[in-house]
Design a protein around this ligand. Structure first.
Ligand code: G3P
Length: 219
């Protein structure tokens, strides 16, 4: 049986996903009959709660980040406990555009583990992939920073790093790849190289017809 692939749709702070548009995108993802794929949407913090209510089927909602603090005296912070309380199932940690310290990474992984939240720990090179996988997150996501937001995908520009990443992780956690991913061919190639999934942001945000984009990608 072919293995389940995870497709993480990171909404970032794109205006295409402000307010109700993020909620609609989650509803759309949940309506796609994507056999063999699990879709994980990462909406902005401002609409997480509504997005969680709109998920379902094969679609989950993760946060784009959390702050490495316990509940308490921390103005402006988002705790893991807050995410858990609204039904978020996991989060991105240390995304290339939102890097945090190693101690903060450890804090978030430990606490998320206790709360039953899945963690996607982002790495920007192979040595980080190796180091981070030994921390046993749910998944390590490798995204070459120079390809993020472009039209050239990691699976076409740097296929060998996907295979090397899979090897570096050595089955300790899932291995995901991202940056420039925009087509079904990218998904197929990533899968063939051993990845358990991909992360996509700009291609989805820019797609004028988001339903068509997801259907072409996944159905
Ligand atoms: O988190 C996913 C992301 O960084 C990849 O971005 O725009 O290259 O698909 P993009």
């Amino acid at each position: 049986m072919s293995k389940q692939m995870f497709v993480i749709l990171n909404f970032k702070a794109y205006s295409a996903f402000e307010g109700a548009r993020a909620v609609n995108a989650v509803k759309l993802a949940a309506s796609i009959p994507a056999r063999g794929y699990s879709i994980i949407c990462c909406p902005p913090a401002s609409v997480l709660s509504e997005c969680v209510k709109s998920a379902g089927g094969n679609t989950l909602v993760f946060a784009q980040s959390a702050d490495a603090v316990e509940p308490g005296k921390h103005t402006g912070k988002t705790t893991l406990e807050q995410l858990k309380s609204i039904g978020v199932k996991g989060l991105l940690v240390n995304h290339s555009e939102n890097r945090i310290s190693f101690n903060q990474i450890i804090f978030l992984l430990n606490r998320a583990g206790k709360l039953g939240l899945k963690t996607v720990l982002c790495a920007r090179n192979l040595s980080e992939v190796r180091k981070f996988s030994s921390l046993r997150p749910w998944a390590v996501a490798f995204e070459p920073p120079q390809l993020i937001g472009g039209r050239v995908s990691v699976s076409s520009a740097k296929p060998s790093v996907i295979a090397d990443g899979v090897k570096a992780v050595g089955g300790k956690c899932l291995f995901l790849a991202g940056a420039g991913v925009n087509s079904r061919e990218d998904l197929t190639a990533s899968k063939k190289l051993g990845a358990s999934g991909v992360l996509i942001a700009s291609a989805f945000s820019k797609a004028a017809d988001k339903k068509k984009f997801l259907r072409t990608l996944l159905v």
